[in-house]
Design a protein around this ligand. Structure first.
Ligand SMILES: Nc1ncnc2c1ncn2[C@@H]1O[C@H](COP(=O)(O)OP(=O)(O)O)[C@@H](O)[C@H]1O
Ligand SMILES: [Mg+2]
Length: 238
């Protein structure tokens, strides 16, 4: 079985600044991986590279066994860090979820009753159907994060990338989103990569951990193994 993500000798630089150094990693289908590391370590750059958003790189990145062309990118759902919406944006929750359908089928797709039902079913599944006709900018942080998750599910992705999905949420919203991540991981055959800011933010479903520091993967493997290693303990002063 091939890996869902295969990265070989990846280096990313920007204006001579090295952002990722000699990254080599294979990620298996169905894994739920927490990506940990200090601020500025390169976690966001890593996710963007997997999503084909970074061009200044050397080495190879394959997803689903293929280079990152548009067809492959449509199978990757991405929730960026600090994913805020302007409070005056004249776009409803329904519109935002429908972006996921366009990402899957292209922007010229005509929306059918079937698509509308898909959107509504996803909203119901995530308990946000009551918000479906609200303007996106008027939701709480936790609610808008749920809408972002609904948007990527509408894309029917094989892989979901989330960049610090709990940042700037209060404790209750953090617990809500963690439960939602566990729920979608159990319901779908999906691979998840989640950048988390601290150890309490690791979803229960994550069975593996990748540690990034200073642009390099300094450790990776099963969560319980990585947690025993000195590199991990040093990074988190444990
Ligand atoms: N567009 C950019 N141009 C130049 N340097 C950048 C850019 N974006 C991020 N960096 C730098 O690259 C490094 C990695 O950043 P990032 O991937 O955002 O780290 P993290 O998500 O782990 O906090 C940091 O030193 C950051 O300052
Ligand atoms: Mg980041």
């Amino acid at each position: 079985m091939t890996s869902i993500i295969s990265i070989k000798n990846l280096n990313v630089t920007s204006n001579k600044h090295v952002m990722l150094k000699d990254i080599n990693i294979e990620i298996e289908y169905g894994d739920c991986i927490a990506i940990l590391g200090p601020n500025g370590a390169g976690k966001t750059t890593f996710l963007k590279t997997v999503n084909g958003l970074i061009r200044q790189k050397s080495g190879t990145v394959k997803v689903l066994g293929m280079p990152l062309d548009n067809d492959i990118k449509s199978k990757i759902g991405y929730i960026p860090q600090n994913n805020y919406f302007d409070s005056l944006l004249p776009i409803s929750v329904r519109d935002v979820i429908s972006i996921g359908i366009s990402a899957q089928f292209g922007i010229f797709k005509k929306f059918t009753n079937f698509d509308n039902k898909t959107i509504e079913d996803i909203a119901k599944g995530l308990n946000i159907f009551n918000l479906i006709d609200k303007p996106i900018g008027q939701l709480s942080g936790g609610e808008s994060q749920k809408v972002s998750i609904a948007r990527v599910l509408a894309q029917n992705p094989k892989l979901i990338l989330m960049d610090e999905p709990l940042s700037n949420l209060d404790n209750k919203a953090q617990t809500d989103i963690l439960n939602l991540i566990d729920f979608i991981y159990q319901e779908q055959t999906i691979t998840l990569l989640i950048v988390v800011h601290n150890l309490t933010q690791i979803p229960k479903s994550c069975n593996k951990v990748v540690l990034i520091a200073d642009g390099q993967i300094i450790d990776s493997g099963k969560k319980e193994d990585v947690f025993k290693h000195n590199k991990f303990k040093e990074l988190y002063n444990l």
